[in-house]
Design a protein around this ligand. Structure first.
Ligand SMILES: [Zn+2]
Length: 310
């Protein structure tokens, strides 16, 4: 790895023991204001007060799309694929970041799909319908697969039941395209002898979080439980993006408490780049603590302790 490369190439490298973990940027998505996507139905003055408390913008909402890649021997395991060509304005940069980190799309051997929202599966196929990662084998939880391929996926428990439906055709197109190279796993399975999957339902029925274990090191990816530090401070405010709002809130609270109790090192698909840090609790309110690093010229982020797992 060329140590002269800087973080502004859109990736960071977390050296472990047997594994090398990379966080690759797919870019970000931007929405005018947090509501009603986040905190639907909560009085705006309360939301603005909390954004101010957290030093977050009161006028715009942006969130990065952070994609994990795990290198284990000759396997290069990508977890989700970003937006692909579906949002070329701010996102769709995964292949660029992957290449900057020293990989090629052809070198990706496995792709673990955490859930089937567009910002996670959008990069699987090109605009022409070709495989962007031509040699990859795919993995998805059987619960997630069944939800999207069932006769009528049920969005009634969402705060915006109509909002999820337009994504059905794309999800089905992608799942059908990868079907012959797809392994469905049961949530709770360990994959590749280093990725422990765990159920985190609510965002989607088969949404998983996972812990990467490597000897005395571990890092837990909480994927789409938090689209902003706002939902760490106010987990019950929730998001319209959750297909089952109430279950999403319950899962979010449970994982927050667990991460806090165990001082778990976590990373996230949508917390501020690179989305790595810890959960603290002050005056009964959870708080996002980003992991700091001290050499702005290095691409390497050191982790040095076995954190608790969720
Ligand atoms: Zn997402």
């Amino acid at each position: 790895m060329d140590q002269k490369l800087k973080r502004d190439h859109g990736f960071i490298h977390i050296p472990c023991n047997e594994l090398d973990i990379f966080i690759l940027s797919d870019g970000y998505f931007g929405i005018g204001y947090h509501q009603p996507i986040l905190a639907p139905g909560i009085p705006q003055n309360l939301v603005k007060d909390e954004l101010r408390n957290l030093y977050l913008s009161e006028s715009y909402y942006e969130a990065p799309i952070n994609v994990m890649l795990i290198k284990k021997g000759d396997r290069n395991i990508l977890v989700d694929t970003g937006e692909g060509f579906h949002d070329e304005e701010n996102a769709g940069k995964l292949v660029y970041s992957l290449t900057a980190a020293g990989f090629t799309p052809e070198s990706v051997t496995d792709i673990l799909i955490t859930h089937a929202h567009r910002d996670h599966i959008g990069g699987i196929l090109s605009k022409n319908g070709d495989f962007v990662f031509p040699n990859a084998h795919y993995y998805i939880s059987s619960q997630e697969f069944e939800f999207w391929t069932s006769d009528e996926p049920d969005f009634q428990k969402s705060k915006n039941p109509e909002g999820g439906k337009p994504s059905i055709p794309l999800v089905r197109k992608v799942l059908s395209a990868i079907n012959s190279r797809l392994t469905k796993f049961e949530i709770g399975d360990q994959l590749f002898s280093c990725i422990q999957t765990k159920a985190a339902p609510g965002h989607t029925p088969g949404h998983i979080i996972y812990t990467v274990n490597d000897g005395d090191l571990s890092i837990t990816n909480v994927v789409d439980l938090f689209h902003s530090p706002l939902l760490i401070a106010k987990p019950h405010w929730g998001t319209q993006w959750d297909i089952d709002f109430a279950t999403g809130v319950e899962t979010r609270k449970k994982v927050l408490e667990n991460c806090y109790q165990n001082r778990t090192l976590i990373c996230s698909a949508h917390l501020p780049w690179p989305g790595i840090g810890y959960i603290n609790k002050v005056n009964d309110q959870f708080q996002w603590i980003p992991k700091v690093y001290n050499d702005p010229f290095s691409i390497n982020l050191k982790i040095d302790q076995k954190a608790g797992t969720v």
